[in-house]
Design a protein around this ligand. Structure first.
Ligand code: FES
Ligand code: FES
Length: 166
């Protein structure tokens, strides 16, 4: 049995017809054609599927889509914006991942970036550091040095005023 579920997706109202217990991850990838959100473990262990729901980084493989009815959902695709010149602008964290080599394999990267965005939006005094903010996001191959460096670079850029509005 399917039902209509309405939520805000990347700033726009979206209604999908889905089984209430369908995984948000599948609804995003299959019903919404947003394949930037990746599946790693499918068991809430790796963070590859991380999206932001009502301001919190959440693993979308563990969320039945009925739970986001009326919520604000952000996926990796929602981070880009349109510049005044009509060109696509990346979010500063995306730019930092490119600059610092934090985008390593493509599977874990979108989840890392979404967790980092949720962290960057916290007040400066937010407890915990970058490592704690990303502790739910696993890298199984290359390591965390460049990933953490990317987030720290984005923080430095925020402090100097670049892309502060995002
Ligand atoms: S795919 Fe969701 S936590 Fe691994
Ligand atoms: S698993 Fe993606 S960089 Fe290691």
């Amino acid at each position: 049995m399917t039902t209509n579920i309405t939520f805000q997706l990347n700033g726009r109202e979206k209604t999908v017809q889905a089984h209430p217990m369908a995984r948000l991850l599948d609804v995003l990838r299959q019903d919404c054609s947003l394949t930037g959100t990746k599946e790693g473990c499918g068991e809430g262990e790796c963070g590859a599927c991380t999206v932001i729901i009502d301001g919190r980084a959440v693993m979308s493989c563990m969320v039945p889509v009925c739970q986001v009815h009326g919520s604000k959902v952000e996926s990796i695709e929602g981070l880009e914006s349109m510049g005044a010149d009509g060109q696509t602008c990346l979010h500063l964290i995306q730019e930092a991942f490119i600059k610092c080599g934090g985008a390593q394999c493509g599977i874990c990267t979108p989840g890392m970036i979404m967790a980092a965005v949720a962290y960057l939006r916290q007040p400066e005094s937010a407890p915990g550091g970058v490592a704690e903010a990303l502790e739910g996001n696993l890298c199984r191959c290359t390591g965390y040095t460049r990933i953490f460096e990317s987030v720290k670079t984005a923080i430095d850029r925020m402090k100097t005023g670049a892309n502060q509005s995002r």
